[in-house]
Design a binder for this molecule. Structure first.
Ligand SMILES: [Zn+2]
Length: 91
């Protein structure tokens, strides 16, 4: 199963994808976002896998952790603007 297809049940009973992938960056690698932990721009698949294996992420995957649906969607919505901001700082 593709990790990018994984979903999490939110407080309103709907399911959203946990991860999303950004366009290829300046260095030619894809960066990933974890909406569950509100983490952006994990550089490459290895960084994504390291994140998935981390304590924080695994704790949030447990069924007793139920993300607030509004907050979860807010991170999805603001993400694109923030990524532009990061690039602006980088160069
Ligand atoms: Zn995470």
């Amino acid at each position: 199963m593709d990790i990018l297809e994984e979903t999490k049940k939110l407080s309103d009973g709907t399911f959203e994808r946990i991860f999303s992938r950004n366009d290829m960056n300046f260095f030619g690698i894809f960066t990933y976002n974890c909406h569950l932990c509100n983490i952006e721009n994990l550089p490459g698949e290895s960084a994504l896998k390291t994140h998935i294996g981390g304590k924080k992420h695994r704790g949030r995957l447990l069924p007793n952790y139920i993300p607030n649906a509004n907050k979860f969607r807010a991170t999805l919505f603001t993400l694109k603007c923030e990524i532009k901001f990061h690039y602006f700082n980088l160069f």
